[in-house]
Design a protein around this ligand. Structure first.
Ligand code: 4LI
Ligand code: NI
Length: 191
């Protein structure tokens, strides 16, 4: 099982590397890591398990955050509707690629957090509002998917990790709360 001890923090050189493309089929070791990354997210969102194992809640984690420089991310975004048990978007994305995106941008009103960043960095992080992504699942099947709003933000945040980019790199250092005209703001209730 993965815990916060497995998550490397800001300042670790792996977080600044461009991660390697994965070759399919995945090895058993790579599949096990994929399962553990998704399990980490699910556990981190469970109040009892999060407290028991001291996990910070997250909806996305990238392999480089556990010091594996490969192009793999796990995403687990719960539904906005608390009655709904199925997540809005969940899975392991291998070699994910944004193939197109909207001109319109969006950002979280409360800013972004990251499991590898142990401080609050205030400011808007502009992201594409809508993206079309291509990726492979752990079985090697190719997927093509459209995402918008929070799930799209999470996937862009995690793909950034594969390219050595941290969310605060995208905050305007002069004016952290400055927003270009074509950016809307997504409330914290829009997870
Ligand atoms: C508990 C149980 C307020 C502050 C609102 C918590 C289940 C911030 C938002 C969660 C903020 C769940 C999240 C991300 C933000 C803030 C990530 C709570 C977990 C909200 C996910 C990757 C950025 C993703 C919306 C500094 C660890 N996640 N909140 N940002 N949630 N969560 N990010 N922003 N201000 N980070 O952090 O997983 S993209 Cl689901
Ligand atoms: Ni992160």
């Amino acid at each position: 099982m993965l815990t916060m001890e497995d998550v490397i923090r800001e300042g670790h050189p792996t977080l600044r590397k461009v991660a390697d493309e994965m070759t399919l089929p995945l090895t058993n070791e790579e599949k096990e890591l994929a399962d553990k990354m998704l399990e980490f997210l699910i556990n981190s969102q469970d109040p009892e398990l999060a407290e028991k194992y001291e996990l910070r809640p997250g909806v996305g984690i990238a392999a480089p955050q556990v010091n594996v420089s490969k192009r793999m991310i796990a995403v687990h975004v719960p539904s906005e509707d608390p009655e709904e048990t199925d997540p809005e978007f969940s899975g392991i994305l291998i070699n994910p690629k944004i193939i197109s995106h909207s001109v319109q941008q969006t950002c979280l009103s409360e800013g972004e957090g990251c499991l590898s960043v142990d401080r609050e960095v205030p400011g808007y992080v502009p992201r594409h509002k809508r993206i079309r992504i291509k990726y492979f699942d752990i079985e090697g099947n190719e997927h093509n998917k459209r995402l918008k709003d929070f799930p799209a933000i999470v996937v862009q945040h995690e793909i950034d990790h594969l390219n050595g980019v941290m969310f605060f790199d995208r905050i305007d250092p002069e004016n952290p709360l400055a927003l270009p005209d074509d950016v809307d703001i997504l409330g914290s209730d829009t997870q």
